[in-house]
Design a protein around this ligand. Structure first.
Ligand code: HEC
Length: 163
C-alpha cells in the first residue's frame, strides 16, 4: 500500500515536471572541422560571417537542435518558439556602417548569451541552456545559417513586392 502511494507520488512528480523534461539540450552530430577553431572562451561577436562552410554546418546543427521549437530550416513564423530570422532585422535596416556594426555586436552578444543560458523565466524553462550541448563553433555557425535564411526571405519578399 505504501509502495503504491510512493509510486503514485513519483508518477505525479514526473508528470508535473514533464513539460520541462522534454526541453533538454541535445548535442548535434555535425562535422564542424572545416571551421576555424575558436577555443573555450566565447568570442564577443560572430567570427564566421563570410566563412563559406558556416552556413551548411549551421543548417545541420540548427535542424538537429533548434528546429523542433523554432521551425524547420528557420523558414517559418508559425513555430511554437519565436522566428529567429527576426533577430537581426533591426540592424539590417541601418545604413550607417558604424551604427550597424554596434547593432550587430549587440545582437551577437544577445544571441550568444541566450543560447548559452537558455530562457528560464520564473523557474520555467522556455528554452534549455545550450552551454554544454553546443560548441561555440556550432552556435556561431547556427547564427550564420539563421541570418542567411533571413536574407533569403527578405529578398523573396522584395521580389514579390516588385511584381
Ligand atoms: C524546447 C524548445 C526550444 C528549443 C529546442 C530551442 N529554443 Fe530557442 N527559444 C524557445 C522559446 C520558447 C523562446 C522564447 C522564450 C521567451 O522569450 O520567453 C526561445 C528564444 C530564443 C532566442 C531569443 C529570441 C528572441 O526573439 O529574443 C534565441 C536567440 C534562441 N531561442 C535561439 C535558439 C537556438 C540557436 C536553438 C538551437 C540551438 C534554440 N533556440 C532551441 C524554445 C526553444
Amino acid at each position: 500500500m505504501r509502495k503504491t502511494l510512493f509510486f503514485a507520488l513519483c508518477a505525479g512528480l514526473l508528470l508535473a515536471s514533464g513539460a520541462q523534461a522534454v526541453e533538454t539540450a541535445n548535442k548535434p552530430v555535425v562535422d564542424d572541422s572545416a571551421l576555424p577553431r575558436l577555443g573555450k572562451v566565447w568570442r564577443e561577436t560572430n567570427p564566421y560571417r563570410g566563412e563559406a562552410a558556416a552556413f551548411d554546418i549551421g543548417r545541420s546543427a540548427y535542424n538537429q537542435t533548434c528546429a523542433r521549437c523554432h521551425g524547420a530550416d528557420a523558414a517559418t513564423n508559425a513555430a511554437p518558439a519565436p522566428d529567429l530570422r527576426n533577430l537581426d532585422r533591426g540592424c539590417r535596416r541601418i545604413q550607417n556602417p558604424l551604427t550597424k556594426e554596434h547593432c550587430m555586436a549587440d545582437n551577437d552578444a544577445y544571441f550568444a548569451k541566450t543560447v548559452q543560458n537558455g530562457k528560464v523565466i520564473v523557474g520555467i524553462t522556455h528554452m534549455p541552456p545550450w552551454r554544454d550541448a553546443l560548441s561555440q563553433e556550432q552556435a556561431w555557425a547556427i547564427q550564420v545559417f539563421i541570418e542567411g535564411q533571413a536574407k533569403a526571405a527578405a529578398a523573396k519578399a522584395r521580389a514579390g513586392a516588385g511584381k
